[in-house]
Design a protein around this ligand. Sequence first.
Ligand code: TXA
Ligand code: MG
Length: 334
Amino acid sequence: MNGHRTFILPIEPNAPEPSVVQQAADVLRTGGLVAFPTETVYGLGANALDPAAVGRIFEAKGRPSTNPLIVHVCDEQLLQQVVADWPALAVKLAQRFWPGPLTLVVPKNPAIPDIVTGGGPTVAVRMPAHPVALALIRECRMPLAAPSANRSSELSPTTAEHVWKGLEGRIDLILDAGPTQSGIESTVLDLTTDPPTLLRPGPLGIAEIEALIGPIQKRLDTLRTGPLPSPGLMERHYAPKTPVELFSSRTALDERAIELVAAGQTVKKVLLGGSDHSASVMPTNHDHYAARLFAELHYLDSLWLNRILIEMPPDTDEWLAVRDRLTRAAATGS
Ligand code: TXA
Ligand code: MG
């Protein structure tokens, strides 16, 4: 895969040019890899029905074959090619939240090759809310397997530049529609358990889901110690190369910064709100914070730093997705 020439095509986010969409669809039809924008992060797409094409995704990302992919669809007809069963809860959730940042895990259709699902009997599926993603799927008329378009365990990409930095020379094409909107990956909900299980917190909050379908299980507390409910929920994930330390109080963070600087280390602080001009000051609204998080980490990781010190946002449900990504960014395990 290395030694490939990777092309970038600019595309209008809200009115994608048909000729550009067609070029990208041609690459996908011939088994190639196309990075495209979604409302969450950039995805690395391939024809989900073609095992060889999907194999190229794993190769390009350096992703373990046990970590299954999300399949993206644009309508009911394609959805039927992906799933074996579409339970009443799925109908309800999709009606309300699709297109949007909610991925549903359901029994897989035999047409979906094992390589997509890590050999498992279930498939993760979503309809993304981005005009470019939808136009692309519509044009090639194939369900698209698409993980986030980054090297495995590195930071997810929220711009075409992030994709280029990680995957240049390994994929065929990047559609550049500017920065993505939500900035963190979709909420993943497993509908094969009763009640459903939240596997990954994301832009769609627990409160909104529970308001529609009632209480769900949150397996997040078992992430560190229990068996992994989703093979992709590895601890170190979404991580910059620069070591990250987390702090639940600003005082503790400041003390640590002073200590490190005195020891000759180069340090940058990431604070929640405030007016410290020597630090990255992040928005106090959780959606805005999430939208900026990965771009900020990509940027900080490009500086010559020994350490990134981050103030943890409050331990509440609305900050769950951001806290999850920060915890992973700081994890040092495999
Ligand atoms: O927002 C997103 O979801 C982005 C955009 C491109 O759609 N995609 C994304 O894909 O984040 P990826 O591959 O980076 O994360 C997929 C997550 C992983 O945690 C994976 O383990 C889980 O979904 N997953 C996929 N298939 C699954 C399955 N059958 N059962 C349980 N978890 C699954
Ligand atoms: Mg990912």
